[in-house]
Design a protein around this ligand. Structure first.
Ligand SMILES: [Mn+2]
Length: 216
């Protein structure tokens, strides 16, 4: 039986974890891949080791999320499922079965989630797991990078929504002097992708969708 967590509790558990393997569902869509990439980049921005595993190939239209595929380069200590309602949905390829025997954390929006994880953040009223993940990442103290803050948060596609996925840890109080309220204290380097993604030194350039077919 799973224990339900709220956003703050999930953020705390993620902040306390390391060597984190993030699992997506088979036949991946924008929600599971967007969540996987976003959570992975957020954890890496906090200096953690993390990667994403999916039973099926990630469609090229989601390559803009800069997926970090797991290649067995570390021994997972914490396994997190995103947008996966039941264990049957993990799939059987890419060595997936050896990592689905024990799922520590689950972030999901399917009301019928079977409760397979030790701890679950579930909101059946959310249109996408990405809505929950956005709150979790914010609670972790990882800020969406300026160029991606301008992305439409809710980008309808296949009934799901995508989330801007490049983050970096905010080491300074944001402009306006508001204190940082995240759960994760301390370091974390700027995400390297920020530097080549940033359209200008002020971070104020417009987002230009890549020709991957995801833009309308
Ligand atoms: Mn999905």
């Amino acid at each position: 039986m799973t224990e339900q967590l709220n956003v703050q509790q999930m953020a705390e558990r993620l902040c306390a974890a390391d060597n984190i393997l993030i699992l997506c569902h088979k036949n991946p869509d924008g929600d599971t891949i967007g969540c996987g990439s976003a959570l992975c980049h957020a954890l890496k921005a906090l200096g953690k080791t993390a990667a994403v595993l999916c039973s099926d190939a990630v469609p090229s239209r989601y390559s803009f999320t800069a997926p970090v595929p797991f290649r067995g380069e570390f021994e997972p200590k914490t396994v997190v499922a995103v947008d996966v309602a039941s264990v049957q949905l993990f799939g059987e390829n890419n060595g997936m079965p050896q990592y689905t025997r024990h799922i520590d954390l689950c972030i999901d929006h399917h009301a019928g989630n079977s409760g397979y994880a030790d701890f679950t953040l579930l909101d059946g009223n959310a249109a996408a797991a990405a809505e929950l993940l956005y709150e979790v990442i914010s609670e972790m103290g990882v800020e969406i990078t300026p160029p991606h803050r301008q992305l439409p948060l809710h980008r309808p596609r296949y009934g799901h929504r995508l989330l801007p996925v490049l983050f970096h840890h905010c080491q300074h109080p944001p402009r306006g002097g508001k204190a940082h309220s995240g759960r994760c204290a301390g370091g974390g380097a700027e995400h390297p992708a920020l530097r080549h993604q940033a359209p200008g030194a002020d971070g104020g350039g417009a987002y230009r969708p890549q020709p991957s077919g995801i833009s309308s």
